[in-house]
Write a protein that binds this ligand. Sequence first.
Ligand SMILES: Nc1nc2c(ncn2[C@@H]2O[C@H](COP(=O)(O)OP(=O)(O)OP(=O)(O)O)[C@@H](O)[C@H]2O)c(=O)[nH]1
Ligand SMILES: [Mg+2]
Length: 306
Amino acid sequence: MKCTIKISLVGLGGCGKTSLYSVAFAEKTPEDTKRLSPTILYETRRHPFLGLQVGIFDFGGQEQYRAEYFSKPEIFKGTDILICIVDLHDPKTFDQAKEYFEGLLDIHRKNNEKPQIFLFLHKYDTEDYQKELLDTNVKSAKEIFLDIFKDYNFDYMLTSIYQQDELAKVFRDILISSYKDLKKSVEKAESQLEEIKAKIIISDVSGNVIVHNVQGVSSGLTLRGDLRDFIDACNTVRENIFMSDSAQFKGMNEDGKEIELHIFKYIISVLVMKTGELDRESQDKLNILLKDMSLFADLIISAHSD
Ligand SMILES: Nc1nc2c(ncn2[C@@H]2O[C@H](COP(=O)(O)OP(=O)(O)OP(=O)(O)O)[C@@H](O)[C@H]2O)c(=O)[nH]1
Ligand SMILES: [Mg+2]
């Protein structure tokens, strides 16, 4: 498989593209996005995720920029995932958005490319908006948009930057779908975590949270800074001092607080935080989880070498 992924975010001006990026990938709060200015032309950012180099292209949606894209269709070349964004708070723009998306599909057809497509019915929240109108708009958006992508590998979702954890999962699942079979492992880990009486965070070594059972440890996909620094430091020790693919680290204080870090195949990290010994059942389940994550890391590595 290829290890770089190009994600293009498209939609009319003000629909929320830069906000989506900022909240999901760049540790911004929903409030922060109220100060964003319109994007000039397009901006690209890199984000490593599970060993993939993800390039996120945020295509400013104001009219003059849209016109420019149609005169330079090659800027969309190489798009693996096209995310079309609709502003549910602005139903009068639906027709124009549809026209834009159809134009973009034309461009991709001419480029001989068939990206995977996700439609975000976005701003699915009642921040400065009435609930009744929102439901009406969802209904009419579905009628207008769902059939234009029928020739594509396509899915749609209701999204909002005010549901930051949900949004992080949406992007996580989109990125994980680049790997065959990984989704099942993630779902399994998710249910295992519920049954273990310890705080557990599974992330990649760059600090993208994949699954966790602790509130407030991430902002969008990104793990809290102090824990990220810890993983980073341990990862450096693994690489430079242990010189091995996998390693374990442990720390504790006199009150019985413990933190344990497992790094698997220089890619996955499992952080376990607990006070005192785990009960037997939890410990057994944790051991199974660790085995599974070791396999998970193997799957990723073998996908990369294909
Ligand atoms: N209620 C609500 N507002 C949002 C959401 N996402 C973005 N916004 C607001 O929408 C406004 C425009 O957001 P931007 O992210 O700048 O829009 P954009 O699509 O990047 O616009 P261009 O760069 O001009 O194409 C900001 O005031 C955001 O706070 C959302 O999920 N819900
Ligand atoms: Mg923008």
